[in-house]
Write a new protein. Structure first.
Length: 382
């Protein structure tokens, strides 16, 4: 019997394999990864420094144990170089040609490279996986001041984490307030003020266009004549779905690999999920949507064709200096933010013209209302 092949051993790949094995213990299962195949929780990368976690300390199981637990074969340090959809086979960097009955793409996303000039650009760090975190953490030895390019969710989480670990932090970006794509202005202002009180030096409404290495320091040149000096630079401007393999195989892509409610691509025997997938027109790179996808796809692969549903799924932002929970309204929603501020919290509700709750942002003490408000939200995808 040909195996089900999963490309990728991040949270998407491994959790899919776990859910599948709950339903089917015998179908051959092969996971292929360019990494060493260790299992860890990727969301922990942005709050591991304050907990003094090394890269190895974040690993909960190595590839050998995962293979045993999943009754699966795991090919580590291996890249899939091509997919032959007609012959139902893949070609790997090890020279193997392997046939599949079903194929799942779970390759994740890659950091977006900022459009910068200067001789320090190649020395800028990004943290998107365990290997990146190991290199970044090692590079922090002897460092005092870290500049972060990008004031979005990941930039804010790393800023808080670095501060808690004892570093000085500057955050640079064009947004008027932090998390500008997710928070209304009043909520963004509270996030900005809270992290500033914790020590963040904000350089907002500014673009960095050049990074140079001058002796042991980095000089980041910003528009409007500003400059920031730092010992290390971290880019956190966002991720781009890994589409190369899907495109070369002729699969339909848009912002991500295009899949339907069953996680099926334009090829009936190939599926995709996680950060590389655009599910029924939606890109939701968070844990809760991912888990909904793994459960639905596991049932489909086990013979029970199942569409994925998304309930209301608030996102917890890991910024202890300013507790924050966001349930973003759908991009096509029509409504307006209604903001209530207290001395130590912000409650922002996104209300439709008909008076229905479509989303919220809760900061500070207002996060205590998360559970009650979530009950009033519509499903993201019913």
């Amino acid at each position: 019997m040909e195996p089900i092949i999963i490309i990728g051993t991040g949270l998407a790949g491994y959790n899919l394999a776990r859910e599948f094995r709950k339903l089917d213990q015998t179908t051959p299962l092969l996971l292929i990864t360019s990494s060493d195949g260790s299992f860890y929780s990727k969301p922990m990368l942005s709050n591991a420094l304050a907990k003094d976690k090394t890269a190895d300390g974040l690993i909960t199981s190595d590839a050998t144990k995962m293979a045993t637990d999943l009754n699966a074969e795991i090919m580590s340090f291996t890249r899939v170089q091509g997919i032959d959809t007609k012959s139902h086979c893949i070609n790997t960097s090890q020279g193997d040609t392997i046939h599949y009955q079903k194929l799942v793409l779970a390759m994740g996303a890659e950091p977006i490279q900022p459009p910068l000039s200067g001789d320090g650009v190649e020395l800028i760090y990004t943290v998107n996986d365990l290997h990146d975190y190991r290199e970044f953490r090692d590079a922090l030895n002897g460092v005092r001041h870290v500049a972060i390019i990008g004031p979005g969710l990941i930039g804010c989480e790393f800023a808080n984490d670095l501060l808690s670990a004892g570093y000085e932090v500057s955050v640079i970006g064009p947004d008027v307030t932090p998390l500008g794509r997710l928070l209304p202005p009043a909520a963004g202002e509270m996030m900005q003020e809270s992290l500033a009180a914790a020590g963040v030096r904000w350089h907002l409404q500014r673009n960095c266009y050049e990074v140079n290495k001058v002796g042991p320091k980095f000089i980041l040149k910003l528009d409007q004549g500003e400059a920031v000096e730092a010992d290390l630079v971290l880019s956190a401007i966002g991720l781009r779905p890994d589409l190369g393999l899907a495109r070369s195989a002729g699969l339909k892509t848009n912002l991500g690999i295009v899949v339907d409610r069953y996680l099926a691509t334009s090829d009936a025997d190939i599926y995709a999920l996680g950060d590389c997938a655009e599910v029924d027109g939606r890109m939701l790179p968070f844990i809760m949507p991912l888990m909904q996808c793994t459960r639905a796809l596991a049932r489909t692969l086990a013979g029970e064709t199942t569409a994925v549903n998304y309930p209301a799924m608030p996102v917890v932002v890991k910024t202890p200096a300013c507790p924050c929970v966001i349930a973003p309204p759908a991009p096509t929603s029509e409504g307006e933010w209604q903001v209530e501020q207290t001395g130590d919290g912000v409650k922002a509700l996104y209300i439709s013209k008909a008076g229905d709750l479509l989303g919220f942002a809760l900061l500070g003490t207002a996060v205590a209302q998360k559970q009650a408000l979530t009950k009033g939200l519509p499903a993201v995808m019913a």
